[in-house]
Design a protein around this ligand. Sequence first.
Ligand code: SF4
Length: 293
Amino acid sequence: MKIEKAADLGFCFGVKRALATLEEVARQKGGVETLGALVHNQQVMARLNGLGVKVVKDISEITGDTVVISSHGVGPKVLEAIRERGIGIVDTTCPFVQRAQKAAHRLAEAGFFTLIYGDVNHPEVKGILGWAEGRGLATLASEDLENVELSRHLGLLSQTTQVPARFIEFAKAATEKALVKDAELRIVDTVCHDIRLRQAATLSLAARADLMLVIGGHHSANTRHLVELCSPLTATYLVETADEIDPAWLEGRDLIGVTAGASTAPETIEAVVRRLEELGSIGEYQTAAYRSQ
Ligand code: SF4
């Protein structure tokens, strides 16, 4: 049994940057609060908890003099409300997310309505909608467009972690609906560069592998997308930790592909690879013992 890791996997640029900043602040201050979880990964959050990092869900719950904004970012009204309470802000919003926020803000200032291809319940999308100044809508279903009156001045963006090909399909559906007399459409490609690389590397490995293991949080959007991309190509399982691997999955498989979401820590990936190696050698031993009988 051969184990191969995708060429790009695990912590992305934005998560590494946010973690480095948060850890430094937590060490300096002996602990700090973050508004929302920094990443959607239990193992990473448990480690941060050990450094005194506490997650608050709402501004009203902040007890310290400083709060850390996660890599997903927030809308301008949230920043304003924090400042009004005299609380200092350490902003770790990823530059790729900031790019989407600025695009929404520019569109709003130019009188455009912003349509976001994304999950309306995800903190990043809520933040981008905030920058659209109340003139925006987010959805992942192009059928939803049937029920809305689209503005003749329409801007289109994507949540940074969406699958590019699906954003293109969504943009085609929106274009068909929006292009009426005198309409003006502005499409901004806000899919994150790191996510593109990870999805491409995962697809190329899944095309050759007999089994793909995707490592990441069950609530992580970009991890779930990796599962969705691999599933039509080969047998695919999502695991959060090495303990979740079922040895029966490996039976009769020659090449096991391993990939991981952008918020999965390197130590979690290495633990999964070590467990696969152990199970692989047990499998070889059992096969050899069976042959010698
Ligand atoms: S996935 Fe992309 S946009 Fe999101 S934090 Fe990572 S680098 Fe930034």
